[in-house]
Design a protein. Structure first.
Length: 136
């Protein structure tokens, strides 16, 4: 839930949303933690993760749409925003497919795991590239 709180706070700041949005997101993160820690609840960890990823996708998508709508030159962080949007979108798909893993063959499982690793590598490389570019 730390990455959820960190990323949503970043997007709230970037989008200049009202200050009470931090409170709503903090409440949602706390709610996700509470729901995640109750073992006999119907909702499991994957469903909480999917919900938090969908919220991150919405913020990233809205940020990208705002940049396109305003017609500004692409900012230095557009690549990171696009990679975050893409990675978390595919991550939601993987969490949905994860329920079906017991029915998949071992080759298909490793293929899905490999795609997830490649996507996370692309995300981290874009972040490193952007910050190295900012350093110059």
């Amino acid at each position: 839930m730390g990455e959820f709180l960190l990323l949503t706070s970043l997007f709230i700041t970037k989008l200049d949303l009202p200050k009470y949005a931090f409170g709503i997101i903090s409440f949602a993160a706390l709610l996700f933690l509470i729901v995640n820690s109750i073992p006999k609840l119907i909702i499991n960890n994957d469903e909480v993760k999917v919900a938090s990823n969908i919220i991150i996708i919405c913020f990233a998508g809205f940020t990208l749409l705002q940049q396109i709508k305003t017609g500004k030159n692409l900012s230095r962080f557009t690549l990171i925003d696009a990679c975050i949007f893409f990675y978390y979108s595919v991550s939601v798909f993987f969490f949905i497919v994860q329920q079906q893993l017991k029915n998949l063959s071992e080759d298909n499982f490793y293929m899905i795991l490999g795609v997830n690793n490649v996507l996370s590598s692309i995300l981290y490389c874009s972040i490193i590239y952007t910050f190295l570019k900012l350093k110059k």
